[in-house]
Write a protein that binds this ligand. Structure first.
Ligand code: SAM
Length: 231
């Protein structure tokens, strides 16, 4: 399957394993991952955030309930909310999640946004789990036609050592553990380059009942709500 599907499948498998109830996707673009997660019966709250309102609205209708959803009311309730805003800003609507995914997001952030990202996601949103995926630049020589970056909007592409040292310092600073994996395995004989997409899976080490949640959080909203659908 294409690489983006392998990334989404990785998240679906993780959801199947850990059964999070509240999941947010940062940089959700056209909401394809949210649409796939809508069918995971453990999830009760889904949220998406993107800096580009138009791309979020493109296929938003897919998130709406289908006629069958009304004829056969589900046992669980599900609410899907889309927010327009930046991961460089804090908004209390993103607090209290079990899983936050950032799929191919960080390499699109400006330097100033990337600097704020750890404090916003790990310090403020502080979910139980965070998954971050980004290109592994060591794989690039194997990709036909890629001479520099894989996409002109990429601000950087990191090798495994660069991504892992960034991720490990965040984990240390915000009291998370992190494990590294990937999708898109290298061809036989090229195993040394690693996966095409590198993935960091972070798990919060402290529990929600500890002092950390009592830190004063700004109550002012920074994002704009684009859509809310409830099942
Ligand atoms: N996660 C999706 C996927 O895997 O297909 C989309 C990835 S797309 C390559 C990166 C997305 O991040 C774009 O939709 C872009 O608008 C969004 N983005 C870029 N900077 C952002 C920011 N500061 N805050 C929120 N989203 C941002």
């Amino acid at each position: 399957p294409p690489l983006y599907k392998q990334r989404y499948q990785f998240i679906k498998d993780l959801v199947g394993k850990y059964k999070p109830k509240k999941v947010a996707d940062l940089g959700c673009a056209d909401c394809t991952l949210l649409w796939m997660l809508k069918f995971c019966s453990c999830i009760e709250v889904l949220a998406g955030l993107d800096i580009c309102e138009n791309v979020m609205k493109e296929k938003m209708h897919r998130l709406s309930p289908l006629p069958g959803d009304y004829l056969q009311p589900a046992e669980r309730s599900l609410t899907i909310t889309l927010h327009h805003g930046s991961v460089a800003h804090k908004d209390p609507c993103m607090c209290g999640f079990d899983l936050i995914t950032c799929i191919e997001l960080i390499e699109h952030l400006e330097e100033s946004e990337l600097e704020k990202f750890p404090e916003v996601v790990f310090g403020f949103m502080a979910p139980t789990m965070v998954v971050i995926t980004t290109p592994n630049s060591e794989f690039n020589p194997l990709l036909p036609g890629v001479t520099f970056f894989r996409h002109p909007d990429h601000k950087f592409e990191w090798n495994r050592a660069e991504f892992q040292s960034w991720a490990l310092s965040i984990a240390r600073c915000y009291d998370y553990s992190v494990e590294f994996t990937g999708v898109g395995p290298p061809p036989t004989g090229m195993e040394h380059v690693g996966f095409c997409t590198q993935i960091g899976v972070f798990v919060r080490k402290y529990s929600q009942t500890s002092e950390s949640v009592h830190f004063e959080k700004p109550t002012k909203a920074a994002y704009k709500t684009v859509s809310i659908v409830s099942f």
